[in-house]
Design a protein around this ligand. Structure first.
Ligand SMILES: [Zn+2]
Length: 416
C-alpha cells in the first residue's frame, strides 16, 4: 500500500473521486470524503494498516481452448453437441483475431492485468474459477464441458491468486471425480477455495485468508440454480459438491447470518461470493437486491461479490458496503463465438475494493477495464473504456452509484 500511496497520492489510491462526486452528489454525502487525512505519521500508518485492498473479478475460465494453448494441455476431448475437441475453440479464436503462438507461458493469459496487480498490490486476489481442474474423463454431457489440466495450475499462481470461488455451474462438468481433483490441485498449489467441497461442511466453510498485520478476510461462497447449477450438484453430508442455495428467501438470510456470526471475529472482513442469474442481461431482480441488503443488514456482510453474467452489471453501495451484482467474465475462450456481441463480453474488469477493516466500510472502488484478445487480457482502448463506463453509469443510476472515468481510463465508483 505504501508504495502505491507514494506513487499516486492518497486520494487517488482510495478512489476518492471528489471532483466527480461534486458534479453528481453532494460532497458531504460521498464516502470519498473519508478525507480524514492523518495528522501525524503515526496516525497515517495506523490508518494505512486499517485499509485492506481486495482484487476481485468475475468468471475466470482457463479450461477448454485456453488449456490447449497453455504449456501443459490436457486431453482436448470435450462433450459438446457441435464439437468434440477443444481445438475447435482455438480455431474459432484464431480465425477471429489471428494466430496464438503456442504454447504460451503460464502468465500469458493475464497480460496487462499483471502490471496492474504489481502496481496496486492488493492484499488479496479472489476469482471465480469457472472450470474444473482435472484429468477426469467423466463429462456430464450438459452441452458445455470446461476442464483445465492440473499441470496448468501455475497459470493461476502466476497471478498470485489467493482464493478460487468454486460455487459455479462448471466445477462439476467432469463429475465429482473432477471436483475432487480440482480441490486437491488447488490445495497443492496453496490456493484457498470456497463454495465447493468434499462434503457439505467443507463446501459451506469460508476460505479464511489472513493478511499479515491487518487481519482476516472470510470468503463464503454460494451457487444458485438461476446460474445453471443442477440441483444434484449440491453437496450433502455424505456427498461432495457445490454449496447450493435453493432460493434467496429471508429464511436463508437468517440461516446464513447465524453461520457467519458463529465464525466471524472482530475486524474480520466478510465477503459473500455468489454465482447467480443468467449469462446475459442487465436486469437485477428485486430478490437479489433484497438478499444482498439482508446479508448486509442481518449478517453484517461487508462485500457482495456477484458473478455469472458474461458482462459487468450494476454496482450498488449499500450502507457503505459494495454490492457487485455481476462482475462479468474475466477470462474465457469465447472469441469468434457470435450471438451476443452487443453485451461486449470481450470486455473484462478488475475491481479493486479498499475497505476500512475496523468499520467494514468501503473507502474506494476502482475498476480497470480490459479486452480479451488472443486469450489474453489487454488494456481496453479509450473507446471501449468509455463504452464500459457509460454502461456502468447507466446501470448504476437506479442504485445511486456514479462512475468517474479517469484520464488513464480507469474508473472510480461514486456513491451517496
Ligand atoms: Zn457460470
Amino acid at each position: 500500500m505504501s508504495a502505491i500511496l507514494s506513487r499516486f497520492g492518497r486520494r487517488q489510491v482510495l478512489g476518492f473521486p471528489l471532483a466527480a462526486a461534486m458534479t453528481q452528489f453532494s460532497a458531504s454525502n460521498c464516502a470519498g470524503r473519508v478525507s480524514a487525512d492523518p495528522k501525524s505519521d503515526d496516525d497515517k500508518s495506523l490508518a494505512d494498516a486499517d485499509l485492506v485492498t481486495l482484487f476481485v473479478c468475475g468468471d475466470v475460465m482457463t479450461g477448454r481452448a485456453i488449456d490447449q494453448v497453455l504449456p501443459q494441455p490436457g486431453n482436448p476431448r470435450i462433450c459438446e453437441r457441435y464439437a468434440t475437441s477443444a481445438e475447435a475453440y482455438v480455431d474459432l479464436a484464431e480465425k477471429a483475431h489471428g494466430p496464438i503462438a503456442r504454447p504460451v507461458g503460464f502468465a500469458y493469459i493475464w497480460g496487462d492485468a499483471l502490471p496492474e496487480l504489481r502496481t496496486r498490490m492488493p492484499d488479496l486476489r479472489i476469482i471465480n474459477l469457472e472450470t474444473s481442474v482435472t484429468t477426469s474423463e467423466a463429462c456430464t454431457n450438459r452441452g458445455i464441458s470446461y476442464r483445465m489440466s492440473p499441470d496448468n495450475v501455475p497459470c493461476l499462481t502466476a497471478a498470485g491468486v489467493d482464493c478460487c470461488v468454486l460455487a459455479n455451474n462448471h466445477v462439476l462438468d467432469w463429475g465429482r471425480a473432477g471436483l475432487l481433483e480440482t480441490l486437491d490441485t488447488l490445495e497443492s498449489a496453496k490456493i484457498k477455495t470456497a463454495g465447493a467441497g468434499r462434503d457439505i461442511a467443507e463446501a459451506a466453510a469460508p476460505a479464511i485468508l489472513t493478511i499479515p498485520g491487518k487481519g482476516r478476510v472470510l470468503v463464503f461462497a454460494f451457487g444458485l440454480p438461476t446460474s445453471g447449477i443442477p440441483g444434484d450438484w449440491a453437496a450433502s453430508p455424505g456427498r461432495s459438491g457445490v454449496n447450493f442455495l435453493n432460493d434467496l428467501s429471508p429464511a436463508v438470510i437468517k440461516l446464513l447470518a447465524e453461520r457467519i456470526g458463529a465464525l466471524r471475529q472482530p475486524r474480520d472482513i466478510v465477503v459473500v461470493s455468489i454465482h447467480w442469474g443468467p449469462n446475459w442481461g442487465y436486469e437485477i431482480p428485486k430478490r437479489q437486491v433484497d438478499f444482498a441488503h439482508g446479508l448486509i443488514d442481518e449478517a453484517g456482510v461487508d462485500v457482495i461479490h456477484g458473478h455469472s453474467s458474461h458482462h459487468a452489471k450494476a454496482i450498488e453501495v449499500y450502507r457503505d458496503r459494495p454490492i457487485l451484482y455481476g462482475c462479468g467474465d474475466f477470462l474465457n475462450d469465447y472469441e469468434g463465438i457470435t450471438g451476443y456481441e452487443g453485451f461486449r463480453d470481450d470486455l473484462a474488469a478488475m475491481y479493486f475494493l479498499t475497505i476500512e477493516a475496523s468499520r467494514g466500510k468501503l473507502a474506494g472502488l476502482t475498476i480497470v477495464p480490459f479486452q480479451i484478445r488472443n486469450f489474453r487480457l489487454n488494456r481496453a482502448s479509450p473507446a471501449d473504456a468509455t463504452w464500459l463506463s457509460n454502461i456502468l453509469a447507466r446501470e448504476g443510476v437506479s442504485f445511486g452509484t456514479g462512475i468517474r472515468l479517469n484520464s488513464d481510463k480507469t474508473m472510480d465508483v461514486i456513491w451517496r
